[in-house]
Design a protein around this ligand. Structure first.
Ligand code: SDX
Length: 431
């Protein structure tokens, strides 16, 4: 727990209440209000958690003003350049970069959990073919708790470890199965000789009738996208996983809850919404109208892939993604991709517009990712499932951190009640 060097004093109705101020290793100091209600009989009010720390954590740190993102202290730019997704999974789960032997062992454990129980294939057949793959993933991941009974006991550290490995290993398989099912193609089994990212591409794009060769550049781009999405402090879906886990729910149910939350267009669904927005804008000539609408308070239209609760500077992931988009499109010979041209011009115009400058709205992780994924052959409906499979390690690491915290208790927020005060029942004749 963070140390206390000073106190904050709150005065209400002539009475003062001292609260300890906790000192972080990075970021703002935190006023510990845990005893406030007992002492002062008042709640604090912060519906969007804009000023509220829901937990302490050692996993990921964001400096929104600097546009800095650290996984266990390592800058995302360095990891995106030098690391790979499974190594980042190890780092997020265990707190340190692995040595060669630890990496081999971890990779072996994940690789040998990539298949799903054969009977789970039946779940997919219960969905309409045109179901959104996120609907399928929520259902199938939640159903994992009906199969993997030997990794449900959250109080057993070994079962927690097995559940974590199973989730990291099987989410790409489930996402690929959701995609194959949606296009009426047969499921493709994992291939243990391939890398984590290569295996996902293979399970999505291979067909039984011919060999599929994973292109190393696309494998690298896929792996980088996974790393960039791996974790991000207490975002909405991670907070959902923590809240579900705080009740003692099994890890598969908690991750299914995270997937459901991520689906929203304000969160992980923004990558799909952003590409659909760019397609709707269509050409640079239509950008001024889009900007006008985004600024119009009476118009719910927003620039998808823009803005962020924490980043008030460039999202560092968006910078890496933008470089990757140029590389992948060049590699695929898609030089004058109209969507990329619209995205770059939209970014340029928005960043010079006083509205966006004043509100500190910058491109976020979702602004360029869809352009890369579409160029790689994924339909927009697969963008958020890819975000989900990439974020699984972050969700599971945060869940493990919470479950392993001896101070952990069920999350149960209070409210500002504004409804009717006590009143007696009226018979219908008297109403
Ligand atoms: C992710 O939390 C995370 O870390 C999430 C994430 C992760 O890795 O887990 O980073 C992933 O979810 C990225 C965000 C993806 N969402 C989008 O791109 C959707 C579009 N963006 C917005 O809806 C919005 O910016 C949010 C939801 C991302 C953040 O919203 P906030 O922090 O609640 O801010 P807000 O809605 O109060 O906006 C502040 C102001 C408002 O204007 P005023 O009411 O003050 O006049 O900025 C405006 C908003 O209208 N605004 C936008 C805008 N985003 C905010 N105006 C136009 N276009 C936008 N995109």
């Amino acid at each position: 727990m963070a140390e206390t060097k000073k106190t904050a004093t709150l005065s209400i109705d002539g009475k003062s209440y001292d609260m300890p101020v906790l000192t972080p290793t990075a970021g703002p100091e935190v006023i510990d209000i845990r005893k406030l209600y007992a002492q002062a009989d008042v709640f604090t009010y912060d519906p969007g958690f804009t000023s509220t720390a829901a937990c302490d954590s050692s996993i990921t740190y964001i400096d929104g003003d600097l546009g800095e993102l650290l996984y266990r202290g390592y800058p995302i730019e360095q990891l995106a350049d030098k690391s790979h997704h499974l190594e980042v999974c190890y780092l997020l789960l265990y707190g340190e970069l692995p040595d060669a032997a630890q990496m081999r062992d971890f990779e072996n454990r994940v690789t040998r959990h990539t298949m799903v129980h054969e009977q789970m294939h039946n779940f997919f057949r219960g969905f309409r073919r045109d179901s959104h793959p996120m609907a399928t993933m929520v259902g199938v991941v939640g159903a994992m708790s009906a199969f993997y009974h030997d990794s449900l006991d959250i109080n057993d550290p070994w079962q927690r470890e097995v559940a974590a490995i199973r989730m990291i290993a099987k989410l790409p398989t489930i996402a690929a199965m959701a995609y194959k099912y949606s296009i009426g193609q047969p499921f493709v089994y994992p291939k243990n000789s391939l890398s984590y990212a290569g295996n996902f591409l293979h399970m999505c794009f291979a067909v039984p009738c011919e060999d599929y060769v994973v292109r190393p550049e696309l494998e690298r781009a896929m792996d980088r996208i996974m790393m960039l999405h791996a974790d991000h402090e207490q975002n909405a879906s991670t907070s959902t996983v923590r809240l579900a886990g705080s009740s003692g729910a099994n890890p598969f149910a908690c991750i299914a809850a995270g997937i459901a939350c991520l689906w929203g267009p304000a969160h992980g669904g923004a990558n799909q919404a952003c590409l659909e927005m760019l397609r709707e804008i269509g050409s640079v000539e239509n950008i001024p109208e889009a900007i006008r609408r985004a600024k119009d308070k009476n118009d719910p239209y927003r620039l998808m892939g823009f803005g962020h609760r924490v980043y008030k500077n460039f999202d560092p992931r968006a910078k890496v993604m933008k470089e990757s988009a140029d590389e992948v499109l060049d590699l695929l010979g898609v030089h004058d991709n109209p969507l990329l041209q619209v995205a770059k011009e939209l970014e340029r115009i928005a960043l010079e517009d006083p509205y966006f400058i004043e509100k500190k709205l910058y491109p976020n992780v979702d602004f360029y990712s869809g352009i890369i994924l579409e160029a790689m052959g994924f339909p927009t409906s697969m963008f958020t499932p890819i975000f989900a499979l990439s974020r699984t390690v972050g969700w599971i690491s945060q869940w493990k951190e919470m479950i392993g915290d001896p101070q952990q208790k069920i999350g149960r927020p209070r409210q500002l009640y504004v409804g009717p005060t006590r009143r007696d029942y009226l018979d219908v004749e008297a109403r």
